[in-house]
Design a protein around this ligand. Structure first.
Ligand code: CO
Ligand code: CO
Length: 354
């Protein structure tokens, strides 16, 4: 059995992180086949493909409920735990909520990996939830072929202050708070092709909580908020546009991207989930013909623990970006705008206004 210091967790799983997520085209029709939610206290359910469910307790209090788990996206068990925890917490921040407490969800191949490996995963998650100001209060563990880890998180929010993905207004600016390319870089590392040694940077970004960014969004006020994970920037924007009944425009040159990811994707490195996202999104997205397939893939790259995507009143946009930079969210940028539109349509231009 391998000890925590020598184990390479990504070698123990076929698919990594949020790229292991079922593609959006698989889930949406399936959710439509389930009976409709009838409980009037469900303020946000599965209908709008939002980040978390919101359940009203009384006029002043609602719960934010979410879970996320996946196979290893990085090699060190401690980092895997921290990334998975930051990723799961993010869906509470993406509703404008505050985390309250969490439960571990674990699948573990105890025949091939030592229990110390699991201890390190849990330590990484615990440190990250502590940073978020909460405790993990329990969990559930099963035997599995591949390591699986994540959290179920409960948060709180005022029922009138929920930041769903459904509030985007024509004229809004779109702000993204972390660079894209995390799926491409982690795939390169898993395949021993990370020749620019970018995985350290990717781990730093994936373990960064979206808390500071969310605090700025809540304080200044935004119209819609989500986070960018397995469906990529354009996939999560599609959900926002669809839920808000608007259209959108994205400027490829304004989108923050990890430099190494830009290099790697040109040489054909991208997770299967990223390709699946691009195929799925062709029905809604018009790419400028000058954008190459690698450039399109970057915008569809399946992120694990990616940044927040906010739709904000245009007149507040520069102020919010400046506040984000002050708060240490240094990659935050305006990447596009919301437009009126009867159909779900996203236009991607190669460059934005200067
Ligand atoms: Co989310
Ligand atoms: Co999620």
């Amino acid at each position: 059995m391998e000890s925590p210091s020598e184990v390479r967790l990504t070698k123990s799983a076929k698919r990594a992180g949020c790229a292991a997520k079922q593609p959006p085209g698989y889930l949406l029709p399936l959710l439509g086949m389930l009976p409709e939610i009838s409980d009037p206290n469900v303020l946000i359910g599965s209908a709008t493909a939002d980040d978390a469910a919101v359940y009203r307790i009384n006029d002043d209090l609602a719960l934010v409920l979410t879970t996320d788990f996946f196979t290893p996206v990085v090699d060190r068990p401690y980092d895997f735990g921290a990334v998975a925890a930051a990723n799961a917490l993010s869906d509470v921040y993406a509703m404008g909520g505050r985390p309250l407490t969490a439960l571990n969800l674990v699948g573990f191949p105890d025949a091939t990996l030592g229990v110390e490996v699991l201890a390190e995963i849990l330590r990484g998650a615990t440190d990250k939830t502590r940073e978020a100001g909460i405790d993990i209060v329990g969990g559930h563990t099963i035997k599995s072929e591949e390591p699986i880890f994540g959290l179920a998180v409960v948060g709180t929010i005022h029922p009138q202050k929920v930041l769903s993905n459904a509030g985007a207004q024509p004229g809004d600016a779109l702000i993204l708070t972390k660079p894209l390319g995390l799926g491409i870089v982690t795939t390169a590392a898993k395949n021993d092709e990370d020749r620019l040694a970018a995985i350290g940077d990717a781990i730093r970004i994936m373990t960064t909580l979206n808390r500071a960014a969310a605090e700025v969004m809540v304080e200044v006020g935004v119209n819609a908020l989500t986070d960018v994970t397995g469906f990529g920037l354009l996939g999560h924007l599609r959900n926002m546009v669809s839920a808000s009944r608007v259209a959108a425009r994205v400027w490829a040159d304004k989108v923050p991207v990890l430099a190494a990811a830009r290099e790697y994707v040109r040489t054909g490195i991208a997770p299967g989930g990223t390709h699946a996202n691009r195929r799925f999104l062709t029905q809604w997205v018009d790419f400028d013909p000058s954008l190459t397939e690698p450039e399109q893939l970057l915008l569809c790259d399946a992120q694990t623990s990616g940044g927040l995507l906010a739709s904000v009143p245009a007149e507040k946009a520069d102020h919010i970006v400046a506040r984000l930079h002050q708060a240490g969210v240094r990659d935050a940028a305006i990447v596009g705008r919301i437009e009126a539109g009867a159909k779900v349509r996203i236009k991607v231009e190669s460059s934005g206004p200067t």
